[in-house]
Design a protein around this ligand. Sequence first.
Ligand SMILES: [Fe+2]
Ligand SMILES: [Fe+2]
Length: 461
Amino acid sequence: MDRRQMEGAIAGIVRLLGTSLKNRGLYPPTHPLVRNPVEKCHAEILPFLLDRHELALTISDGTLVFEGVPVFQLTSSLELFMARLGTIGVPAVIFERGVAIGDVESFVRFLHETKENGLPVPTIKERLSRAGVRHIRVTATEDEEDDFTLAREIYGNAVDVIVRALKDVRGGITPNGADTDRAVREMSGMLTRNRDAMLALTLIKNFDEYTYNHSVNVSILSIAVAESLSLPEQERINVGVAGLLHDVGKTQLALDLIRKPGTLTVEEFEEIKKHPEEGYSILGRMSHIQDKTRYMVREHHMRFDRTGYPRPEPEYRTHAHSQVIAVADCYDALTTMRTYQKARTPPQALEIMRKLSGKSLDPELVFLLERSLGVYPIGTMVRLSTMEVGIVTGAPDEGKSHPRMAVLFDPAGNPVAAPEAVDLSEADPSSGEPRRAILGTVNPLLMPAVSLNEVFAAASA
Ligand SMILES: [Fe+2]
Ligand SMILES: [Fe+2]
């Protein structure tokens, strides 16, 4: 087949999928008008898989792309099919060698039955596997995926795990320790693979889901500090699991107490104070949890100077790494906007933490957190000498002293059409001086809202 024939065949395959999908809305699943297009479609896929392992159709801006070239063959069934993929949020359809008629059928059923918009990729994957789809994937293989997408999937999985764990506890079920262990191992691996991508996600705060994001963020930041401490792998995992589950004891508290804006009454605070001990006992019932992890959860509010809660007896020895959780917890809380406080920028948060060093926080760990986040931590908004406003998207590249940066606002303060990655070491040819230098940090609350998701996706592209 030459390219034109291939494109024609691809359009045919997609049209058949669309026809089956359309008829699925009108006839029962076993009806020939639903079934025949599936069989035909399968037969047309097979020749492609003779000389390749997979047939990948990606979706870019609502257009079907095959091997880098858009396929335009507009028909109503093709449009319907593309529209379904687009609204569900499917980024690509990849037919693998070994694909069966049943896979195609189940895939069409999935498209027909899924009514939600913009599902996260991990959810789509899970549903496809639940629907019994074996040889049709919705993303490229892992090394083809960019790190940010991968980090986002891992982050999303960890959120799912903690959501389920908290739900289980509320329902009187002991959460599955194997799941939390796996989620933490994935995050730890991703931090090693691409630290910036994983850390950037801790700044994408979802204010409605504070507890879930907070748990995952504390886990990631704790692992980052544990890495700076050069802890062996299993220790890093223990710290990460403690970070993920540190507030699990709050499930025993009334929901309106956890969400209460403003200051707490003395009685309410006494209730809150019970959560580390509650967490300790919940972790005691879970599998895959080491004793050290339980102690870190119990001790995460005891404070470096032992003035916190539960108040330790003089002879009580705390676990060496409990303070890692405390430092990560503090940083994430300070950088998150909650109803009763304004979010601090990363440098502001670090400055506050430096003041708490030696008192409530362990000075060595505050120093390590600071060092591991850099002078301008990821997510910091800065004013540049051009008067543009940019955001730090990554630690300096090898051999460079400047952080990676993307410009978000022009000198007049208007958002740029698309975030543009700039290199701060780039010199102005006329003067030989750097074109752009950082003047200082900018409070993001004073700028129009930007989608950090988009910024970091663009920066990692
Ligand atoms: Fe806590
Ligand atoms: Fe916390």
